[in-house]
Design a protein around this ligand. Sequence first.
Ligand code: 13P
Length: 291
Amino acid sequence: MLVSATAMLRAAERGHYGIAAFNTNNLEWTRSILTAAEQTQSPVIVQCTSGAAKWQTSFKVVSEIVHTLTETMGITVPVALHLDHGTYEDCFTCIDAGFTSIMYDGSKEPDFETNLARTAELVKVAHAKGLSIEAEVGGIGGVEDGVASLGEVADPAQCLAIAQTGVDFLACGIGNIHGLYPANWAGLQFDVLAAIKEKVGDLPLVLHGGTGIPTDQVQKAISMGVAKINVNTDLQVAFAKATRAYIEAGLDQQGKGYDPRKLLKPGFEAIVARAEELIRTFGSDGKGWAA
Ligand code: 13P
């Protein structure tokens, strides 16, 4: 049975470790993520954007896949199914579709007041149904799902106002961006993270753009209150690299190497291996039921 992400993230914040929130793209992806979580005995968040949901036809299908795989694979660790960067409308769609957690990304609203008012409304709706909810202050830079954002460092006073809505965890821009980091990236802004943490107390914080942040910086952020780390591109690169190696070695043309079960296997295994490595880096291995 899937759970909301509240208890696992509170435990992570208290215990100074991070929980990976891996984006899923299809059934193989979800199976890889669940395999990695089970093998490391780590709680995990499987999350999905509206673009990845459209690829799989709908949020409803994503939900059915995650619920059913968790059951048929006999997963014993806590799994939350989370909407990533949802619009106001996406939140309602995912609640109806059986998600156990939502993110309302109000950073794309025309003004902060709209973000605050809609976050407050959605907190009530989500909590009434037993779901956890993430909000965002300060846009995360980079391009995700075709949406480009320059990135904006969060204002600690705005973080406090959003925290006071009762939201369960908060994404705040601290120089992080989606996708691969440019060579001249300045790094995470730990002074901003410290100022936000001072305002919001024990509210678990979320680090978006988890791909390519140097390990020492991620671990420092975790020690300062980041409890959820979002990772998408990293697993895509791992999958693509393994699949390319298989094809470039001509293996798809030997015997029945073109069989999708053979063709997709190296990519599947690469995601499992990389997800396990990240789980260990974030320190949530063995924390299955720490909540
Ligand atoms: P990356 O693609 O950079 O890992 O970012 C993932 C993310 O933040 C999802 O919301």
